[in-house]
Design a protein around this ligand. Structure first.
Ligand SMILES: [Zn+2]
Length: 382
């Protein structure tokens, strides 16, 4: 089973141009009226960034980021209220309105899950994601990165089947939707997926143990890994590891998501598979070794193009896993410092290829020499 490259990053609607940054916390609620596809609408939110050409990036109370181009904007006004993120209840109502009849809401400490499949499957997802959330925070805390609580409850949508998922996902992913099992929308801040227990139909699932048993089968491991992978992105982008629309190299953000993606369906509290060798990605990494040039890491880091093409994507993802694994095993302290530097980056302020390499070399030294050492270690890994 081939799982398509992750589509967490949806950069098509990004703003370009120089920035005039404002402090998000101090920003009042702003209303921007705009015209898009011949329709006039407005959105209320907190201004995240403003480009010199007049484009704005606005954070709505549900966590959705609106990138509005200067030619779309009709009017901007400051409202008398302060920006306030939706709480669990309000976000649940908001998602129900978006999805329509037949959907229900399941709330956990950090998540709002909107679903039209069985209650037991929604609860199973909630429990899985809460364990991942704790595992992710705990893992990084131990390595010197103190992550924060999310500003918004984390939204997830679970469709009953692949068909209804495809219909929804196609609006954001186009035809690529059909080759995905779930995705994290960087724009909407949501994880979208469908009931993976599949053909038997949701009504046949009696308990979370039953779901664990079904999804522990060898053929299901990679599909579950996808929804764990996407949920990892969501946590990373909401808890201070990365900022949405900031310049985080895919080599780093994807490597990290893959590091956590191996499902652990056997433990009730922890996430024991964190940090293990990802056998699938290691095999992909090895398969690509013969074609690997000495400047491979440089090419992967300097821009994200190798990750975005379906020809080069799978090998790039394998390299991203391998690099993240290597950094955590051999250079954990320096890697944590590098990640903290990336976490400080502001949205839409994109680094040039040269800047990305220079930033890396400031922490790890010459990248070509580093690549040789990395290869030596990873080729002997068992
Ligand atoms: Zn990903």
């Amino acid at each position: 089973l081939f799982v398509a490259a992750c589509v967490a990053v949806c950069a098509s609607d990004l703003l370009t141009g120089n920035l005039l940054t404002r402090d998000l916390c101090a920003a009042p609620l702003e209303r921007v009226t705009f015209k898009r596809n011949d329709k006039t609408a407005f959105v209320d939110g907190s201004l995240v960034e403003e480009a010199e050409n007049g484009g704005v990036l606005l954070m709505a109370p549900d966590g959705l980021l609106w990138a509005l181009q200067p030619e779309e904007i009709l009017k901007r006004e400051t409202l008398e209220a302060e920006f306030e993120p939706l709480d669990h209840d309000a976000l649940g109502e908001h998602l129900l309105k978006l999805l329509g009849d037949g959907f229900k809401v399941h709330k956990t400490a950090h998540y709002v899950i909107c679903y039209d499949t069985s209650d037991v499957y929604a609860r199973w997802c909630g429990a899985l994601y809460e364990r991942l959330y704790r595992g992710f925070h705990g893992y990084w805390k131990y390595r010197g990165i103190e992550l924060t609580e999310p500003e918004f409850p984390l939204p997830a949508i679970v469709f009953a089947n692949r068909d209804s998922y495809n219909r929804f996902a196609r609006r954001e992913l186009g035809e690529a939707a059909g080759s995905t099992f779930g995705y994290y929308s960087l724009r909407a801040n949501r994880v979208i997926m469908f009931d993976l227990t599949g053909a038997d139909g949701p009504s046949r699932i009696s308990s979370s143990k039953h779901i664990d048993a079904l999804l522990s089968k060898p053929g299901a491991e990679r599909t579950v890994a996808t929804i764990v992978h996407e949920a990892t992105h969501q946590i990373a982008y909401n808890c201070g590891m990365h900022q949405r629309y900031a310049d985080v190299p895919l080599l780093v953000s994807e490597g990290m998501a893959i590091f956590f993606e191996t499902p652990d369906l056997t433990s009730s509290r922890g996430w024991r598979t964190i940090g293990g060798v990802n056998r699938v990605r290691l095999a992909d990494f090895r398969a690509n070794l013969a074609k690997r040039g000495p400047d491979r890491l440089k090419l992967l880091l300097q821009d994200d193009s190798l990750f975005r093409s379906s020809d080069t994507g799978p090998a790039a993802y394998a390299d991203a896993w391998a690099l993240n694994y290597y950094l955590l095993k051999r250079h954990a302290k320096t890697y944590a410092e590098y990640l903290k530097m990336l976490a400080e980056k502001k949205p839409i302020d994109y680094a040039t290829p040269e800047e990305r390499i220079a930033e890396f070399e400031r922490y790890f030294g010459d990248i070509t020499a580093f690549d040789r050492q990395f290869l030596r270690t990873m080729t002997t890994l068992r």
